[in-house]
Design a binder for this molecule. Structure first.
Ligand code: TRP
Ligand code: SF4
Length: 330
């Protein structure tokens, strides 16, 4: 049966609970895509090993939480295929085959590879698997013949590599794979409670589905415009994480109201935060309830992931049949 909907693949490394940065940076976009795309969203557990090879126990724990977060955020398992990378062994087979045609220079020149080698100093990353990260990512994508890959700007260089590998494969063995394009939707900026980018490792995150109470505590303690020291000082919303959250959660009218009244000191930061919580609090509660309902039915969650994994495996195997044939091997 011909498939008329564009195929989308994206994955996330299971590294723990997701936060509002993940929600608005990636998940919200995934949720929108499932309406008119064939979506495959997966746990990149093998990719997680490239940096967590010495903490493998957290990978599986995090994975459960991550799938729960996906669904709480609005991913609908009836529409999107949710699966686990390591349970579809075809990813490993294609990864191996692509490794035969991927020049080392392409990998060594990858900007994110160089950057991570420089920034992560507490672990030895001079590893074959780490260097091969984008090759495995290429396999993840092209196994499903995806044409669109929603990723953050930091992953765009990986996708360029992916397209180069695809061109090389198609040149040697015939046109098996389409060239996937990154789907870069403008993600709103989400700052953490300390005013830096929201990140688990900074300890400044508000988790997806944190209780209204705990969310309120964090928001009330959140850094605002650092220059606005007293209530009567005018503020600059453009440097304030609360304002960025208003842009995500509040109506355009409220955003305009905050913008104007912050600059004239018409409102204080406490008023501004309370206003934000009118929407953010219930939104978080809704996701908390959804998370709890899912966690209370572990069997249902297992079924969802198992079913998705089976579906992914079938699609992946169909592609591998073509690959083996094109390469005259296996
Ligand atoms: N590298 C991605 C990240 O760190 C995760 C990932 C693995 C991925 N395989 C993928 C994303 C395939 C998109 C498509 O965020
Ligand atoms: Fe930030 Fe609102 Fe305070 Fe302005 S009034 S600095 S936008 S919290």
């Amino acid at each position: 049966m011909a498939n008329s909907r564009p195929i989308v693949v994206s994955g996330m490394r299971p590294t723990g609970r997701l936060h509002l940065g993940h929600l608005h940076g990636a998940l919200a976009n995934w949720v929108r895509l499932q309406a008119d795309h064939d979506c495959y969203f997966f746990s990149a557990d093998w990719h997680a090993l490239t940096t967590s090879y010495d903490r493998t126990e957290v990978v599986k724990q995090s994975e459960r939480e991550m799938f729960v977060d996906f669904i709480a955020a609005g991913i609908d398992p009836e529409r999107a295929t949710l699966f686990v990378q390591s349970q579809v062994k075809q990813h490993a087979e294609l990864f191996l085959l692509l490794g035969m045609i991927t020049p080392l220079g392409w990998l060594e020149r990858s900007p994110s590879y160089k950057e991570m080698r420089e920034n992560i100093t507490d672990r030895d990353l001079a590893l074959y698997g780490f260097l091969g990260y984008p090759v495995l990512m290429t396999a993840d994508i092209i196994l499903y013949k995806a044409t669109r890959v929603p990723v953050g700007a930091d992953q765009v260089s990986h996708l360029e590599l992916c397209r180069e590998i695809v061109r090389r494969f198609n040149f040697h063995y015939g046109p098996v794979f389409p060239e996937p394009q990154p789907l870069l939707t403008e993600a709103p900026k989400v700052l953490g409670t300390d005013g830096r980018k929201m990140s688990k490792s900074y300890g400044n995150a508000i988790d997806l589905g944190e209780s209204a109470e705990s969310t309120t505590k964090k928001i009330m303690g959140m850094v605002t415009d650092p220059a606005r020291k007293r209530r009567q000082d005018p503020g600059n919303p453009d440097v304030c994480g609360i304002f960025y959250l208003h842009k995500v959660y509040s109506t355009p009218d409220t955003v305009a109201w905050v913008d104007a009244n912050c600059r004239t000191a018409g409102i204080g930061c406490v008023d501004c935060k309370r206003k934000l919580l009118e929407k953010l609090g219930p939104d978080q509660e809704r996701m908390r309830e959804k998370r709890e309902a899912l966690l209370a039915r572990p069997k249902d969650l297992d079924d969802i992931v198992q079913l998705g994994t089976r579906k992914a495996r079938d699609a992946a195997e169909r592609t591998m049949v073509q690959v083996r044939e094109a390469m005259r091997i296996g």
